[in-house]
Design a binder for this molecule. Sequence first.
Ligand code: CA
Length: 219
Amino acid sequence: MRILLVEDDRSLAIGLQDALGREGFVVNHVATGDLALGAVRAEVPDIIVLDLGLPDMDGLQVLAKLRQRKEHIPVMVLTARDGIEDKIAGLDSGADDYLAKPFDMKELAARLRVFERRLATAVTSTITVGEVVLDTAAHTVQVAGEKIELPRREYMLLKTLMESAGKVLTRESLETRLYSWGEEVASNALEVHIHHLRKKLPDDAIKTVRGIGYTVVQP
Ligand code: CA
């Protein structure tokens, strides 16, 4: 899941990017409302984590501008203000969830997984495709009942493919789900991850769609 993090507190932003990255999320960060609106125009994220106290405009203004557009991007509001009025104002302006600072990183990650499950239209944290079972809360993968260890990117890649089982994902869309902006990515990095994953999964679990990308299908 790609998160756009809008937060002007640099150390908090770095901490969040790091912690959520370890949870398997791709986090792109901007520090102002204006940059956030530009970023959404350039590439629609799966969810926006929005601080209310921004240097150039109020986070609620950012939210209002986002809601003027047609597409509904889930927005989780973060705020240092913990007054009930602010919470109500945020939810009334169309925020989907709300977290008051200081918050527990684990709670933020758990709430983000709720959105992730909604995106994948799954009711539990496990996704099953054939003999492969992936648990997005525990970050575990089992093949035919045996737990396998996957490095972070391979796990993210498999999760992305399994969430869209039956659909073909282009190389481009997979790359945007594996890497955040500005990360150095070797041109064959995706192929290398696919190659390693295939060795750990049942034969034909990941199919190549020549010239387009990859897919996993229910057997
Ligand atoms: Ca702030």
